[in-house]
Design a protein around this ligand. Structure first.
Ligand code: UD1
Length: 419
């Protein structure tokens, strides 16, 4: 087990390139099995969630090759249609393989994903979408078994714009004969990225980025080729890191339009923020100021994944900031750890009230989820003294060499083996 040792207080300066988006590449790896041939995915980040997806692809019978940040997936000959329990447990979002396996193999078997550190994470919308397309779904003893000798295009109306359910519906629909319309679809940029990849595979699909996605399914797909978009949540984390530690930095390789709610927040907090095409510049100007209430919402609203890192930056702001978490039930597990560093935060239900303090102090803290872990790093960079952040397996799910990126900006952070 490893830990980050962080000596806070060093301002960050310089430029860093943001790696490919975890939430784009995971559904793309699932999509790759729909093509009878080889797909090539560029800008593939080296994350433990990607490694888990590669293990699933290999289990299904794909040949996978990784060179640098380019991944080749040859899905010419699949031999299995199940996801083993251990891999389901390793990555809850393995459920994204459901629509694709079903589409390709006409059957799929996996364990029920169950809850996770963010609270209950039901998949009822995923299941009702694939049922509408003609699948029979059996849920027994924590196992899911789906069979669909035929999949037929249909109207799918999601009761809420779930990212994963939209992706699963898209992946099953491209394999279904006829037209499928997904209404109240999630509009996240990662869905647009998935559509782009599917188009290179020969799929007929349009509307991603809007609330209605239309798929003309049934045509055989071939391998595709695509470059994964930059990770907007990693970018939001590094903006938070600069805001917390002070300094100025340029983030490259990320579309600034995907981050407008986050950059607007830091501008309101008193930072100078400037954006152009695939770059964002941020400079702190004295102590941050508290901001108006931050309410997480589906895209284009404020991303729930950015809530924790941004909160960490605002712990030392002058004044009070209020957060309202509307997407997940228990997404404040980082709060107790931030309080160990001297933060003043009260949580009641979905609301967290952050009263800015003059100073945070270093402490031994533990990451309990991916973005919560990133938040502890953000806070430690701005704290006086040394912090030890453990629980890095969570952080490594979504950040490729976070310590190297931050060190290149001047942060005093290193990864050590825990004794
Ligand atoms: C994805 C992202 C995750 C992000 C989240 C919200 C990936 C791999 N993960 O997760 O980083 O935090 O979007 O932006 O892309 N829900 C149901 N029934 C369902 C499905 C979802 O009630 O069948 C609820 C969830 O409990 C949650 C809300 O819908 O409250 C949003 O979840 P969803 O958009 O599905 O998130 P994920 O796709 O799991």
């Amino acid at each position: 087990m490893s830990a980050f040792l962080i000596e806070g207080g060093a301002p960050l300066r310089g430029a860093v390139t943001i790696h490919g988006a975890k939430n784009s590449v995971l559904p793309m790896l699932a999509a790759a099995i729909l093509g009878r041939g080889e797909s090539v995915i560029h800008n593939c980040p080296a994350l433990s969630d990607v490694a888990a997806s590669i293990a699933i692809l290999k289990h299904l019978g794909c040949r996978v090759r990784l060179e640098g940040d380019t991944l080749w997936v040859d899905a010419s000959a699949l031999t299995r249609s199940d996801v083993p329990d251990a891999l389901m447990r390793e990555m809850r979002s393995s459920v994204i393989f459901l629509g694709a396996i079903l589409g390709r193999m006409r059957e799929a078997e996996m364990s029920f994903p169950g809850g996770c550190e963010l609270g209950p994470r039901p998949i009822d919308l995923h299941l009702s979408a694939i049922r509408r397309l003609g699948a029979q779904v059996e849920e027994k003893g924590g196992k899911l078994r789906c069979v669909a000798p035929a999949l037929t295009g249909c109207d799918i109306i999601l009761s809420l714009p779930s990212v994963g359910a939209t992706e699963n519906a898209m992946l099953a629909a491209v394999a279904a004969k006829g037209t499928t319309t997904i209404t109240n679809a999630a509009r996240e940029p990662e869905i647009v990225d998935l559509e782009r990849f599917l188009l290179t595979m020969g799929a007929k699909i349009r509307g991603a980025g809007s609330s209605v996605i239309t798929v003309e399914g049934g045509a055989p797909l071939h391998g595709g080729e695509h470059t994964v978009m930059g990770d907007r949540i990693v970018a939001a984390t590094y903006l938070s890191a600069v805001a917390s530690a002070g300094g100025e930095a340029e983030l490259r390789g990320v579309d600034y339009r995907h981050l407008s709610t986050v950059t607007a927040l830091f501008a309101e907090a008193g930072c100078a923020v400037r954006s152009e095409s695939d770059r964002i510049f941020i400079r702190t100007q004295g102590r941050l100021k508290g901001v108006r209430p931050v309410r997480t919402a589906p895209y284009p609203g404020f991303p729930t994944d950015a809530q924790a890192p941004v909160m960490a930056a605002l712990c030392r702001a002058e004044g009070t900031s209020v957060f309202v978490e509307n997407i997940f039930e228990s997404r404040y597990r980082h709060v107790d750890e931030l309080c160990r560093m001297g933060a003043d935060i009260r949580v009641e239900g979905r609301v967290a009230v952050v009263c800015g303090v003059e100073e945070l102090h270093g402490a031994a803290v533990k990451a309990t989820d991916l973005r919560g872990g990133a938040a502890l790093v953000v806070a430690a960079l701005g704290a006086r003294g040394e912090s030890v952040v453990t629980g890095l397996s969570h952080v490594d799910r979504g950040y490729q060499s976070m310590e190297e990126d931050l060190r290149s900006l001047g942060a005093r952070i290193k990864r050590v083996r825990e004794t």
